[in-house]
Write a protein that binds this ligand. Structure first.
Ligand code: PGA
Length: 221
């Protein structure tokens, strides 16, 4: 089973566009592929046959917290996955860890982003150590990791790791657990997706909004 995580980030800009994008994305559903659509909160209520993921959750189970969305609410509306640790959210490890525990306790699946900041091979251990700290003492079998080099996110310029670099990144996370599910994320497009075929799938940002391009990516997975 391959996983295709679609991180819509803060798009599209209207409910009608979101509905259309979701319908187009549903056409890409196929055997052996788990498509996880992660739209902004307001669109999570759209009906879909695909798996749904939220892009964040609040770190407390309940209480009076203005503007926050709880894990219970997300579970109740049928959300099965939660994105955590994305570099665009710039959260501390402590905060990510707290959310991770909450998501696992709820029986939902965390999709945990871990990347490097463009450091050289001599700093490879930083990726392994971060992944290890985040999941230490937890059941890694319930976590989907995304190896996402920070320098490769939404570049729009085809600046992505080579196949060897990407596979090295996957290996760094698998040092934490050799069975860990690891996806690749960072400017995935149809021209470069074949570099990541050894991964358990890919996390797609920008290209998830263009279903023709997305369809070409799916064909190559
Ligand atoms: P991108 O986003 O595909 O636009 O680089 C990926 C991500 O941020 O997860």
């Amino acid at each position: 089973m391959k996983h295709l995580v679609l991180n819509w980030k803060m798009s599209p800009s209207s409910l009608s566009e979101a509905r259309r994008l979701l319908q187009e994305t549903e056409k890409l559903d196929r055997e052996g592929l788990n498509i996880v659509v992660c739209p902004p909160f307001p669109y999570l209520l759209l009906d879909s046959n695909l798996s749904l993921g939220a892009q964040d959750v609040f770190g407390e189970k309940e209480g009076a917290y203005t503007g926050e969305v709880s894990i219970g609410m997300l579970k109740d509306i049928g959300c099965q996955y939660i994105l955590l640790g994305h570099s665009e959210r710039s959260e501390s490890e402590e905060k990510i860890r707290k959310k991770l525990e909450l998501v696992l306790d709820s029986g939902m699946t965390p999709i945990l982003f871990v990347g490097d900041g463009g450091v050289g091979e001599e700093d490879d251990h930083l990726v392994t150590e971060r992944a290890g700290r985040l999941v230490s003492g937890l059941d890694v079998g319930d976590v989907i990791f995304v190896y996402e080099p920070i320098w490769a996110i939404s570049t729009g310029k085809g600046v992505v790791p080579s196949r060897e670099q990407a596979e090295r990144g996957r290996g760094l996370i698998r040092r934490v657990d050799e069975e860990a599910l690891v996806l690749y994320g960072g400017s995935v497009d149809s021209k470069t997706v074949n570099r990541y075929l050894k991964f358990d799938g890919v996390a797609v940002g920008g290209a998830s909004l263009d279903t023709e391009e997305l369809s070409r990516i799916v064909d190559k997975l």
